[in-house]
Design a protein. Structure first.
Length: 134
């Protein structure tokens, strides 16, 4: 079990952090174990892609806009909080991201890593991890 910090570093949250990483074309966050699948990426246009194994193209499964995640049917799945937490559509905390980019589920299991802060964690937790991609 990876060590983690319950407090999200304020200097890495919110718009400042997102503008810092927004200069990249896409953001990849793989699962915590090398052999675990699938993983997700978030493109600069907000499209979330699901990848399995060595598939670098992936399937478009959802979109993130203003920290909110929607599936392809425009159903609201949840959001990336400004406090480091990820919330489902009922505003329940379903996980969090620490200041190292480690993503944890609701019972504090380290499930993946992200280079895209809480938005990256939300993209993973609200889609492939919780099975919200129909």
């Amino acid at each position: 079990h990876a060590p983690h910090d319950h407090f999200y570093a304020p200097h890495l949250s919110g718009k400042g952090y997102e503008s810092h990483v927004a200069s990249s074309e896409s953001y990849t966050f793989h699962s915590a174990r090398d052999d675990a699948n699938p993983y997700t990426t978030v493109e600069s246009n907000g499209h979330i892609y699901k990848h399995i194994g060595s598939d670098t193209t992936g399937d478009w499964i959802a979109t993130v806009h203003d920290r909110k995640v929607y599936n392809l049917h425009d159903d609201y799945l949840g959001r990336a909080g400004t406090d480091g937490n990820v919330y489902d559509k009922h505003d329940n905390v379903i996980g969090h991201v620490d200041n190292q980019g480690h993503v944890y589920d609701s019972v504090d299991h380290h499930v993946c890593d992200t280079t895209y802060g809480v938005v990256g964690g939300a993209a993973y937790l609200l889609t492939v991890y919780n099975g919200n991609v129909a």
